[in-house]
Design a protein around this ligand. Structure first.
Ligand SMILES: NC(=O)C1=CN([C@@H]2O[C@H](COP(=O)(O)OP(=O)(O)OC[C@H]3O[C@@H](n4cnc5c(N)ncnc54)[C@H](O)[C@@H]3O)[C@@H](O)[C@H]2O)[C@@H](O)CC1
Ligand SMILES: Nc1ncnc2c1ncn2[C@@H]1O[C@H](COP(=O)(O)OP(=O)(O)O)[C@@H](O)[C@H]1O
Ligand SMILES: [K+]
Length: 460
């Protein structure tokens, strides 16, 4: 199985263009479909353990893949039945249909089977499924022991990952040739179940990738606390949040972490200082983090204005993002990099609901501000002003608890202070945060997450 980390992610149009390139280079749609159908059959055969299979075929090339897969599955002796929602509408799908020698029943007449393969619609879905067809799909999926979607669950939109109607939750989705946004972005991603990537021999490239394990420098004989990265955190009214960020920054590998204007507490290694110009005018500061626990009163706004006026590399989170709404113009005038880490509410308050997918929205926000934007959630997207974007691949829904965002802000600050370029710092931070959550498994609190970063950082 191809690991998900680092893989390119293509929109429907990009995938079509990649397929066209393969065709122009001497291939054919039929050859691609033959390969795709064979790979689907291999995957289904492994998942089916010889149980009966029902393949649902739609009118397009997704349906074509279904007919080819059915032929291969029957060829290895599986009990395979095929049902179609409409006649094949493309030349390649017609050829694939002709290659299937068994009967084809209307989907409405199909009897359930232990293994359901959905090859109704893939990247060509244009509108919600006809209600009767959607109903059949749901019923047959409900009666199957295992449900497998070819390329995408029928009913999800490829690029902006919406669900058109009541789409079943599949056990496995077999992504053909490349991951698409719907495999990673919510809500579509949860309908995919476990997504597996099948190689169909198409060369794919994108400036959008799944986040991969970063490579970080190990301390050596020349290392000291300042060149390992100095993180300064501006504290405020809610001390717990800034302490979580501080502990996370330390455990993610920062050499020196100072909290300005906090109220004490935290690990002994944390340096407490008062919030004043001397503390901010320190050239050794590698990253200045403001937002976790800052508060939103006039005092908080003054601290933010001071932080924005420095020449330090900045990470803005939580309350700083709330206060930033009236100060967006400042971002354009800053020479040093800025990383913004909004959750969905903060993002909408700053940038509006916007158009397109979460990836489009994150990219537009990065372009507009010139900042790196970490658009958080179960499907965190990191975007740079130049259009590069990354999506988290390994998530843990137990992260949905207060304080885990403060931990993320601390980790990203440590990466930035350690000398990584801001886009790489943000993606490395998101990876470490997700890795610590994966190690913890279930039912943890933000303090546990911060503590677990020691193991995650040591693993790199
Ligand atoms: N283009 C290629 O070279 C290859 C494509 N492949 C497969 O082809 C798929 C894309 O094929 P297509 O572009 O034909 O698209 P689909 O097979 O997803 O469906 C397109 C067809 O369904 C119709 N349609 C869309 N939404 C509908 C709805 N709600 N109700 C009824 N009809 C609807 C469209 O008018 C069109 O006729 C991929 O997901 C993949 O599975 C693979 O075979 C690999 C090669
Ligand atoms: N369902 C989920 N699955 C995976 N990660 C999640 C989920 N919900 C939230 N997260 C992650 O948890 C963190 C929450 O951050 P945030 O909303 O800022 O909370 P807080 O400010 O309380 O720390 C973010 O990193 C976000 O990506
Ligand atoms: K499908």
């Amino acid at each position: 199985m191809t690991p998900i980390a680092g893989q390119p992610v293509l929109t429907a149009n990009e995938m079509r263009a990649a397929e066209q390139q393969a065709i122009d280079a001497g291939g054919s749609v039929e050859a691609l479909m033959e390969r795709a159908g064979r790979e689907v059959a291999r995957a289904v055969a492994r998942l089916a353990s010889r149980a009966p299979v029902l393949v649902l075929c739609g009118p397009g090339n997704n349906g074509g893949d279904g007919y080819v897969a059915a032929r291969f599955l029957a060829g290895i002796g599986l009990d395979v039945r095929v049902a179609a929602s409409a006649a094949p509408a493309t030349a390649a799908a017609r050829a694939a249909r002709a290659g299937w020698s068994g009967p084809v029943t209307p989907v409405a007449d199909a009897q359930p089977a232990a293994i359901l393969v959905d090859a109704l619609f893939g990247t060509g879905l244009k509108r919600p499924l006809d209600p009767a067809l959607a109903d059949c799909l749901r019923t047959l999926a409900g009666k199957a022991r295992r449900t497998i979607a070819v390329d995408l669950p029928s009913g999800v939109t490829t690029d902006d990952a919406r669900t058109l109607g009541d789409v079943p939750i599949f056990d496995v989705t077999l992504a053909l040739g490349a991951f698409k946004p719907a495999h990673l972005l919510q809500p579509a991603a949860r309908h995919c179940g476990e997504t597996r990537l099948l190689d169909i021999g198409v060369d794919v490239r994108s400036d959008l990738h799944v986040i991969e394990k970063p490579s970080l420098r190990t301390p050596d004989a020349d290392s000291h606390k300042y060149n390992r990265g100095m993180v300064t955190i501006v504290g405020g009214a809610m001390t717990g949040a800034s302490l979580l960020a501080a502990e996370a920054a330390m455990r993610a590998g920062a050499g020196y972490v100072a909290l300005l204007g906090g109220q004490g507490g935290g690990p002994h290694a944390l340096v407490h200082k008062s919030f004043d110009d001397d503390a901010l005018d320190d050239d050794r500061i590698g990253a200045l983090l403001i937002g976790p626990g800052l508060g939103r009163d006039d005092g908080a706004a003054r601290r933010l204005d001071r932080a924005l006026a420095t020449a330090h590399r900045l990470v803005l989170d939580g309350d700083a993002l709330h206060l930033l709404k009236d100060r967006m113009a400042v971002l354009e005038s800053r020479a040093a990099p800025v990383i913004l880490t909004p959750h969905a509410g903060e993002f909408a308050a700053l940038f509006g609901e916007g158009e397109g997918s979460k990836i489009d929205r994150a990219r537009a926000a990065a372009r507009e501000t010139g900042a790196i934007v970490v658009f958080k959630g179960a499907d965190t997207v990191v975007a740079a002003p130049d259009g590069r974007a990354r999506i988290v691949g390994d998530t843990n829904d137990w992260l949905s608890t207060a304080g885990t965002g403060d931990v993320l802000a601390g980790v990203i600050s440590a990466m930035l202070a350690g000398g990584m370029p801001p886009f790489e710092a943000a993606t490395a931070g998101v990876w470490l945060h997700a890795d610590a959550a994966r190690r913890l498994g279930a039912a943890f609190i933000a303090d546990d997450l911060a503590a677990m970063l020691t193991e995650s950082r040591a693993s790199l």
